[in-house]
Design a protein. Structure first.
Ligand code: UGA
Length: 437
């Protein structure tokens, strides 16, 4: 959705194919099926300008196209954690059947190393007569910030078949043209081989996931020794070699990308006989962390939450999205529910998506203060901006108890404690007593 719409914004004619009838109807009626700030306006403008269309007819969309982007899902396969490429291969086969004239078939989906080459094989088998090239153009968009990330990227990666120099040049020229507006902004455009581009995507996401996991472990250590993780993160981040981004401690990284891509990279490494042990550990530490967070809340409650009312602020895996995939709130709320707590939850965008994945007994509230109503404990799961400005006195007026577990460090420990709360957060000595040896 975002890439297609942004290409249209660059002045390119884009036809988006959507096979889900409900989603297609919504799109044709101008309703955007995902929550992404700014996307609705951009879609509307480009549809009006006649550059962006939605349909379910692959042949019509592919006819005369210079490039066809495959952006279907590659979910984790159950059991081995590998990315499931069946949707990609199915899409490619359909594209090959209807392509007319030279076409570059580009993967936007995050696919295992070697997928581009397999795609080329499938196309050759399906349409031996077709003149085509395969390219890999991984996306680095963050949900909630995707348009900005597309329009002002740190870099664009374009991988083409390094063993086919003539095809490489033709494909590169088409993709270079597509990204010309970014070229003018002096965005680095890195041309690589197919396998390299595929591995860049997994390496980038896994490195960021590892960085988060590192600061999460340092955060735990801070609690034991009386250090402050915010100061540690800021100070190490000032070293340009480390960088200050993605050093916010959390109840664990979630979403549709980091958990899936870290698992996939470990599978790629194992299969290639070159295990990526740092990432294997990252996966394990992160999964354990989410469970630990549930236990932390239970311990904070005094070891037993049965019969307690727990207010929960934020459910999605991060703010500015309605995405609940692999959100830390899922295991945490599950533990609280199993422990017999009554849960009152509020999320500004994710309540519809949360319902099917959270315990049935959760009560969904109209706003943050409603979630705090009668609560013995309040737990912050996602750092939506609107929670930061909540006055502690207002929370106190709604709550029955005086305990806050802030798992995103959104509040100043002193201000919250001054308002009479018993407060824990992540890795900050003002909020947690140092461990007594
Ligand atoms: C991630 C990458 O950041 C994008 O560059 C990439 O394009 C995308 O995956 C993808 O592969 O499609 P996204 O999953 O939207 O983007 O979200 P992030 O902002 O990266 O956050 C992921 C998780 O890490 C969230 O649960 C967030 O709360 C957590 N996180 C992030 C932290 O716990 N601490 C941080 O400092 C930053």
């Amino acid at each position: 959705m975002v890439s297609g719409t942004c290409f249209a914004e660059f002045g390119t004619d884009v036809a988006i194919v959507e096979t889900n009838p409900d989603r297609l109807t919504a799109l044709r009626e101008g309703r955007i099926p995902i929550y992404e700030p700014g996307l609705d306006r951009l879609v509307e403008e480009n549809v009006e300008a006649g550059r962006l269309t939605f349909g379910d007819d692959i042949a019509a969309a592919v006819k005369g196209a210079d490039a066809v982007f495959v952006a279907v899902g590659t979910p984790s396969r159950r059991g081995d954690g590998q990315a499931d490429t069946s949707y990609v291969y199915a899409a490619v086969e359909q594209i090959a059947r209807v392509a007319d004239g030279y076409t570059v078939i580009v993967t936007k989906s995050t696919v295992p190393v070697g997928t581009g080459r397999e795609i080329a094989r499938i196309i050759r088998k399906t349409r031996p007569d077709l003149d085509f090239d395969v390219a890999s153009n991984p996306e680095f968009l963050r949900e909630g910030n995707a348009i900005q990330d597309f329009m002002r990227p740190d870099r664009v990666i374009i991988g083409t078949d390094q063993y086919k120099p003539e095809g490489t040049e033709r494909a590169q020229n088409i993709l270079r043209k597509l990204y010309r507006p970014l070229y003018l902004l002096e965005t680095p455009i890195v041309f690589t081989g197919l396998e390299t581009a595929e591995l860049i995507k997994y390496s980038a996401n896994s490195f960021l996931a590892m960085k988060i996991t590192f600061i999460n472990e340092i955060s735990d250590l801070c609690e034991k020794v009386g250090a402050n993780v915010n100061d540690v993160a800021r100070s190490i981040g000032l070293d340009g070699r480390i960088g200050k981004k993605f050093l916010h401690p959390s109840p664990g990284f979630g979403g549709s990308c980091f958990p899936k891509d870290t698992r996939a990279l470990t599978a790629i490494g194992r299969n290639a006989g070159s295990p990526v042990r740092l990432i294997e550990t990252t996966v394990a530490v992160n999964e354990q962390r989410m469970k630990d967070m549930g236990e932390r809340v239970i311990a904070f409650a005094g070891g037993d939450v049965s019969g307690l009312t727990i207010g929960v602020l934020g459910l999605t895996f991060k703010p500015e999205t309605d995405d609940m995939r692999e959100a830390a709130s899922i295991p945490v709320l599950d533990m609280l529910d199993k422990g017999g707590a009554k849960i009152r939850a509020f999320d500004p965008a994710g309540m519809t998506t949360a319902r099917p994945v959270l315990p049935k007994s959760v009560t969904y509230c109209t706003d943050a203060l409603d979630a705090a109503k009668g609560a013995d404990i309040l737990v912050v799961m996602t750092e939506w901006n609107e929670f930061r400005s909540l006055a502690p006195e207002k929370l106190a007026a709604e709550m029955k108890g005086r305990k806050i577990a802030d798992l995103r460090n959104i509040w100043d420990p002193k201000a919250i404690k001054d308002a009479g709360f018993d407060y824990i957060s992540l890795g900050r000595p003002d909020a947690v007593q140092p461990h007594q040896a």
